[in-house]
Design a protein. Structure first.
Length: 585
């Protein structure tokens, strides 16, 4: 008897792809799965899910799952969407108490786990929950069937979707509800902007409990019929070996060239630092693999991209330029640079993506900054909070009406509410940009200045972008990593401080062969930044903790480095930090 799936856009797309074309590859084992196998296995998994609930509808119910990156994950996610339920992907790297929080907060009906994570699932389960092992092995599921056995019926509910949890850098993680219609709108926007193709071969090296890994690198390529090759967790040498495989002196004929790579800045940094350690054959083959004619699109996001990293990647790849974009859990991708290299401007995240409306609201006056009004009466750039609306915006924070209401503001034009991102940007005209054949890449470009709460520092009456300072500091050979933060100051309101991880060169770059220090930093930055932007304090550390997407919890970092008693601090030293008056060089 034929199996059925709801006629949702994602299943309509998968059903129309060539059933024999490859949908998913597991990089290490080489196992491949076709689109024909995928549509059948999703239908079979949906049937299993219904049996586990004794036929009771799970429409609108939250179903959490712990599954490793790969084919099983894809089938699990799609089967939950096919059941009109809300998929809640969990990160196996999270401690049990954090996963318990997500299960409780989402009020999940059940927890699905692969065999690999059965023990982990057992740790997080509470009374009333059930764990259902899943293992979609090809030989057990396929049984010689073809996609002719799967038919599409009209959907019986519109309650399905996905719930992703915020990173929790500013408060407890919140469940972001993304209905199926929002997931589809986000994918359609990216399809138009980035020109995904059935010929694309995407190397997937990202975690799948974030919007970047799930929508950009999984759902959207499935809509277009691309091939997704999973290689997770990230390992720099393994990535280089895979990229090189088709271009070695004795190439691996089973490995197609990677045409699409999307990652976070820390991954590109690690790739660049490890490249010189490769064998001569690998170095040569990887440089060929990165050329624009082979790697069609390389994207960086989820955190600010240092200009030095972008430049180094362009040099290594013989001219391939990283494309920067801006997004967040609540909105998917919102802004992006264009496909033309001239539309990939250093420090900019481009223009609003197709179907996305964006505006800036002045952080001082609360007024909308109109086109042409980017400068104040003194000729200074006006900083504005990015606000967004359109079909790609999330529905609500789950079971948190107060937070949802707080983050939306009614539009004056009666066309719907705007979501307040909390991110601050400026708009600038850039000569030579916006001249390509992508109609949405037009007008002034957006430049992110940072989070409203953590990255915009008000010192001596001036507004300073922590991200701008970080970009300049990362251009210095002595600096490997940096986080620029605000410290309270009686004299300046706030003062700029930097937490630095020194490069090998930086460990002996100071006077007398000592480690590079605060005075050295200020001298190096004197010609790069206005004096009031140069950090007054600097602390050197061995490492800076980041989350899976490369983001730093700056509030936590300040507490760790300078201690809890910040309110008592004024200019001067504390906990061994070096303080320098604002006018010193």
């Amino acid at each position: 008897m034929a199996s059925t799936l709801p006629r949702l856009p994602v299943f309509e797309a998968i059903k129309t792809h060539d059933s024999k074309s490859t949908a998913v590859i597991h990089s290490l084992s080489g196992r491949t799965f076709t689109y024909g196998e995928l549509i059948n296995d999703v239908a079979a998994a949906k049937n299993k899910l219904q049996k586990n609930t004794k036929g009771k509808s799970v429409a609108g119910e939250r179903i959490a799952f712990l599954v490793e990156n790969g084919y099983d994950y894809v089938v699990t996610l799609l089967s939950i969407l096919a059941s009109h339920a809300i998929a809640v992907p969990l990160s196996p790297t999270f401690p049990a108490h954090e996963l318990r929080y997500i299960l409780d907060q989402s009020a999940s009906l059940m927890l699905l786990s692969s065999e690999k994570f059965q023990d982990k699932a057992g740790e997080v389960l509470k009374e009333g929950m059930e764990t259902t092992p899943i293992n979609y092995k090809q030989e057990k599921i396929m049984m010689g069937r073809t996609d002719d056995y799967v038919t599409l019926d009209d959907p019986t509910s519109d309650q399905g979707g996905m719930m992703l949890y915020t990173s929790g850098t500013t408060s407890r993680p919140k469940g972001v509800l993304l209905p199926q219609s929002v997931l589809t709108a986000q994918s359609m926007s990216l399809l138009k902007a980035w020109n995904y193709s059935s010929k694309d071969h995407l190397l997937h090296i990202l975690p799948l409990h974030h919007i970047h890994g799930t929508v950009n690198a999984l759902l959207t390529p499935l809509f277009r019929g691309s091939t997704i090759e999973f290689q997770f967790p990230f390992n720099a040498n393994a990535v280089w070996e895979r990229l090189a495989a088709p271009f070695l002196p004795n190439p691996d004929s089973s490995k197609r060239p990677i045409t699409f790579l999307t990652a976070v800045p820390t991954i590109y940094t690690r790739l660049l630092s490890s490249h010189p350690t490769l064998s001569p054959d690998l170095r040569s083959a990887t440089k060929t693999a990165l050329k624009p004619g082979n790697l069609r699109l390389n994207i960086s996001g989820s955190a600010a991209l240092p200009t030095s990293v972008k430049s180094a990647w362009t040099e290594l790849s013989c001219g391939n330029v990283l494309l920067e974009r801006y997004g967040m859990t609540e909105v998917g991708m919102a802004l992006s640079c264009g496909l033309s290299f001239s539309d990939r401007v250093d420090g900019s995240v481009g223009w609003p993506l197709p179907s996305v409306e964006a505006r800036l609201v002045d952080t001082e006056t609360g007024d909308v900054i109109p086109e042409g009004g980017e400068l104040d009466h003194e000729g200074r750039e006006r900083h504005g909070e990015i606000q967004l609306r359109g079909p790609t915006i999330f529905k609500e924070y789950w079971r948190n009406e107060e937070a949802t209401k707080k983050e939306f503001v009614e539009g004056e034009d009666g066309r719907g509410k705007w979501f307040k991102t909390g991110d601050v940007a400026v708009r600038r005209e850039v000569n030579g940009a916006g001249k390509g054949n992508q109609e949405w890449c037009r007008g002034k470009m957006y430049f992110i200045q940072g989070r409203k709460s953590a990255d915009i520092i008000k010192t001596g009456g001036e507004k300073v972008s922590a991200l701008e300072i970080e970009r300049e500091m990362l251009s210095l050979p002595q600096v490997s990593e940096v986080a620029v933060v605000a410290l309270p100051s009686e004299a300046w309101g706030q003062k700029v401080a930097a937490v630095v991880v020194l490069s090998e060169a930086g460990k002996t770059a100071g006077r007398g062969g000592k480690a590079w220090g605060a005075l050295d930093m200020r001298r190096a930055l004197k010609d790069l930044l206005a004096n009031y932007k140069i950090p007054q304090e600097m602390r050197v550390v061995e490492s800076i903790q980041r989350n899976a997407m490369g983001k730093i919890n700056k509030k936590q970092l300040v507490r760790e480095i300078w201690g809890e008693a910040l309110d008592a601090r004024v200019n001067g030293s504390a906990n061994g930090a070096i303080a320098i008056p604002n006018g010193s060089v």
